[in-house]
Design a binder for this molecule. Sequence first.
Ligand SMILES: [Zn+2]
Length: 193
Amino acid sequence: MEFIYNETKPVQEIVDAIAFLHGASAMDGFWDGIAQLPTFTQLTDPTCTPAVISRRMRACTTPARVVHYTDEASTATAYVTTGDRFVLHMNMKYRRRSEASFVNTLAHEFVHVVDCFADVGGRNGSFEYGHSRRHNSERPDSAPYSIGRFAQHWWTLANQHVPEQLGVKIFAEPLAEDFLGCDTGSEYPEEGF
Ligand SMILES: [Zn+2]
């Protein structure tokens, strides 16, 4: 899982979140953890088990380029689109949030990138392990949400050994599913398949 982030006015929390994910990606335990997650919901291809998706994500050597956009009218935190391969659009409306939250979003979006553009052994140009546009009881256990949450959990574990004052701040973070975003169609490809 590799990202390139060359915005002229970078958000420090995104810089740090990317550094964290690059480090996590180098660890077998990170990928083993994803492989051992419970079966994802909302699959359109039931052969896409957590182990299969972990392998495909790890096999993706193409970096995703992270770019900014601003859409004040949207509740989406980020999106990928089939017209812009390996580009991950982050909504600057939601730039004021924690590194942990960005870790979650970046990992979530990377699942979409692999699903749509780097699905070795799978289908590209469509989503086999995406999620519904609107929130429902199954969506939190879809692949992108589960893996985003898993990455954030790793971040929390990695940051537990910090001064108590900071630790309180970290554990006060709301859970991933509480964050705004992914509630509108704008997070889905603009071009249909
Ligand atoms: Zn999504």
